[in-house]
Design a protein around this ligand. Structure first.
Ligand SMILES: Cc1cc2nc3c(=O)[nH]c(=O)nc-3n(C[C@H](O)[C@H](O)[C@H](O)COP(=O)(O)O)c2cc1C
Length: 312
């Protein structure tokens, strides 16, 4: 496929970014996606600083292609995480869940390409003003933490495109070549894919979680916990408990108590499908098998080309 502003920015073959994902995207997945011609991201959000350093070092050995690190800014130890990224000479950082003014200029001073993830026009413009190199605009069909605006990818991308001049990456609901073509037609320069890679062979998620993702159909995910931080996940027993607290008009403190500290690890890494938190996007309904990252990238590119020819 033709190069885009995103494939040029990262010096990659295809404008496909594998979203950074807590408990899912370690160096194995990131390196596999980069080796397949996309851009792999190590998800720092679930890693202690020394664990992140190990993953970066292993990723450098596993691929000679560009890769990056995703840093959700709401997590603790952020100063240490940023220091390690600079020491290890990581070239690309995707920041999310926080203020782009906090770290962008510091990272750029060290020659790092910085991308920020947003869910609205307002935050896209704020990120652009902060000096980032590109923006990921993510619709609320995406898995994981989401914006409060509940804008869909189909509406968000063209609206952000109207106002932004830096490169734009679309995320949320994209898992196929058709989806990628649609995003590019709407004005994106590349796509960020999360859910499909979460169910890949190289994902570090528990096999039971991957099988569950493959089994999920339309309507089985939900955006919840808006009082704390909106998150899209699979409806399970844990979600039923959240709903019960909502119906009883319980306080945010009660919800936080129910959430506790280890729900994500329990669900996605340890495979507790009942009481764990199972982050995944609406697009899970389109994920039908557990494949290697290479197969996913190749399939997306092939379908993109076929549909492009068929339609235009
Ligand atoms: C299991 C899971 C964990 C995620 N963790 C993070 C994260 O740590 N940081 C982040 O910026 N986005 C995170 N995301 C969002 C993804 O990076 C990506 O933007 C999103 O999944 C794209 O939408 P899709 O799920 O429809 O493909 C996560 C998504 C999933 C499914």
């Amino acid at each position: 496929m033709n190069s885009t502003r995103i494939s040029q920015l990262f010096d990659i073959q295809y404008p496909i970014v594998q979203g950074g994902m807590v408990w899912v995207s370690g160096y194995k997945l990131a390196a596999a996606v980069s080796n397949a011609g996309g851009l792999g991201l190590i998800g720092a959000g679930s890693m202690y600083p020394d664990v992140l350093r190990t993953h970066i070092q292993k990723c450098k050995k596993a691929t000679s292609k560009p890769f990056g690190v995703n840093v959700p800014m709401l997590y603790p130890n952020i100063d240490e995480i940023i220091a390690i990224i600079i020491e290890e000479e990581v070239k690309i950082v995707f920041t999310s869940a926080g203020n782009p003014n906090l770290w962008t200029s510091h990272l750029k001073k060290h020659g790092i390409t910085v991308v920020h993830v947003v869910s609205s026009i307002k935050f896209a413009l704020k990120a652009q003003a902060a000096g980032v190199d590109a923006v990921v605009a993510e619709g609320f069909e995406a898995g994981g933490h989401n914006g409060r605006e509940e804008s869909t990818t189909f509406t968000l991308i063209p609206m952000v495109k109207e106002q932004l001049h830096i490169p734009l990456i679309a995320a949320g609901g994209i898992a196929t070549g058709r989806g990628m073509l649609a995003a590019l037609v709407l004005g994106a320069d590349g796509v960020q894919v999360g859910s499909r890679f979460a169910a890949s062979l190289e994902s570090s998620a528990h096999i039971d979680f991957k099988k569950k993702v493959v089994a999920v159909s339309e309507g089985e995910t939900v955006l919840t916990l808006k009082e704390i931080a909106p998150v899209r996940m699979i409806k399970n027993e844990f979600y039923t408990q959240i709903e019960k607290l909502h119906q009883e008009h319980k306080s945010v403190e009660d919800l936080k108590k129910l959430l506790g500290k280890r729900r994500l690890k329990r669900g996605m890494f340890e495979g507790d499908l009942v009481d764990g938190m199972l982050e995944i996007g609406q697009v899970a309904g389109l994920i039908h098998e557990i494949q290697s990252a290479k197969e996913i990238v190749e399939e997306m590119v092939k379908e993109y080309k076929e549909v492009l020819q068929e339609k235009f």
